[in-house]
Design a protein around this ligand. Structure first.
Ligand code: SF4
Length: 294
C-alpha cells in the first residue's frame, strides 16, 4: 500500500451533531477499492485521482494521537464518509483499529460507516469506547439479494455477510444499523428490496435504518455509474439520461410510495429511521452516562 502526506486527519464538522451526533470527521485512507457503481466519492469535485487505489495517510496514528490530545473538548468522531475505513487492506495494516484505540484512550466517541463485515473484528474496542462515549456503526446495505449486491458493489463483502456483522455488533450491544443509501432508480428502488432489507435488518437486531429514496449524481461519478449500468443493466442508461439529464438529486419515481412502505414496516418492527431518534438512542446507549459532555 502507498502512503500520502497529510497535515491533519481529525477535522471539526461544519454542522456538528446533525449527522449521527458527530462533532469531528476522520479519514485515514484515501480512495476505495470496493468499486460501488454509484460511489459519490469518485466525483470530480473531490479531485481524488486514481480513486480505486487505496492509499493511507502517512503517520496517521501519530497524527491522530497528537490531534486528539490537543482538542479542548471531546466529542464523537465520524469515519467512513469519503473512503471505507474497512477496505481489504485494513485486515493487514489495522490502521482503523489503531485509530479506534486512540479514540478510546482519549475519551472520544465514534460513529463508523462501512460496507465491510471486517468492522466486527473491532467489537472489543467499540465496547470499550461505549463504556464512556457513544459508539455506533452504520453498515451500508442497498440490495437485499447477494447476487444484486455483487453487481453494484463488486469489491465489497456480500449483503448477507454485512447483515451477519450487524448481528455480531448488536449482540454485543453496539448500537448499529443500516445505511440504505442510495437506492438506484430501476434497480434497487422496489418494494420487495426495501421490505426485504427492513425484515432482514430486524432479524439481525439492527437498531436503525437511514434511507435515501434515490441517488445523487455528479460529474465523474456519472460516467462510472453509466459504465456499470451498461455492463449489468443494458438500456437503463437511456432511462437515466432521459429522466435525470445532468441533475444532482435523482429521486426514485416511486419515492413517496416506497417511503410510506418503509416507514410503516420500520414502525412495525421497531426500527428507528429518523435522525433525531437515532442520535438520542446512540447517546442513551453509553454505559456510563456523561450528559454534560454530549
Ligand atoms: S464503499 Fe463507499 S467509498 Fe468505497 S466505493 Fe463503495 S461507496 Fe465508494
Amino acid at each position: 500500500m502507498d502512503y500520502i502526506k497529510a497535515k491533519t486527519i481529525v477535522a471539526s464538522k461544519k454542522y456538528p451533531e446533525q449527522w449521527f451526533g458527530c462533532d469531528f470527521n476522520m479519514n485515514i485512507y484515501r480512495g476505495c477499492c470496493h468499486g460501488c457503481i454509484y460511489c459519490d466519492s469518485r466525483s470530480e469535485c473531490y479531485q481524488i485521482s486514481n480513486f480505486d487505489k487505496v492509499v493511507a495517510k502517512e503517520n496517521a496514528i501519530e497524527l491522530i494521537e497528537r490531534e486528539l490530545k490537543g482538542k479542548r473538548r471531546t466529542g464523537v468522531i465520524a469515519t467512513g464518509s469519503m473512503s471505507d475505513p474497512y477496505n481489504p487492506y485494513e485486515k493487514k495494516y489495522q490502521l482503523t483499529r489503531k485509530a479506534l484505540e486512540q479514540v478510546d484512550r482519549f475519551g472520544f466517541g465514534i460513529h463508523i460507516i462501512t460496507k465491510s463485515n471486517l468492522v466486527a473484528r473491532d467489537i472489543d474496542i467499540l465496547a470499550s469506547i461505549r463504556n464512556h462515549s457513544p459508539a455506533s456503526v452504520g453498515i451500508t446495505i442497498t440490495a437485499s439479494d447477494d447476487e444484486l449486491s455483487k453487481k453494484i458493489e463488486p469489491g465489497a463483502p456480500l449483503s448477507s455477510e454485512r447483515f451477519a456483522a450487524i448481528k455480531k455488533l448488536t449482540d454485543r450491544n453496539i448500537y448499529s444499523g443500516i445505511m440504505l443509501i442510495p437506492l438506484l432508480p430501476g434497480i434497487t428502488d422496489t418494494a420487495d428490496n426495501i421490505l426485504s432489507i427492513v425484515r432482514q435488518a430486524a432479524v439481525s437486531g439492527a437498531k436503525f435504518i437511514y434511507p435515501m429514496f434515490g441517488v445523487t449524481i455528479r460529474t465523474g461519478q456519472r460516467e462510472y455509474l453509466y459504465r456499470g449500468l451498461d455492463k449489468w443493466f443494458p438500456g437503463l442508461r437511456e432511462h437515466y439520461t432521459n429522466t435525470f439529464g445532468d441533475e444532482y438529486e435523482c429521486s426514485s419515481e416511486n419515492a413517496n410510495t416506497l417511503s410510506r412502505l418503509f416507514k410503516a414496516e420500520c414502525k412495525k418492527l421497531k426500527i428507528d429511521f429518523e435522525m433525531s431518534k437515532i442520535i438520542y438512542a446512540i447517546r442513551d446507549n453509553v454505559k456510563i452516562k456523561q450528559t454534560s459532555l454530549f
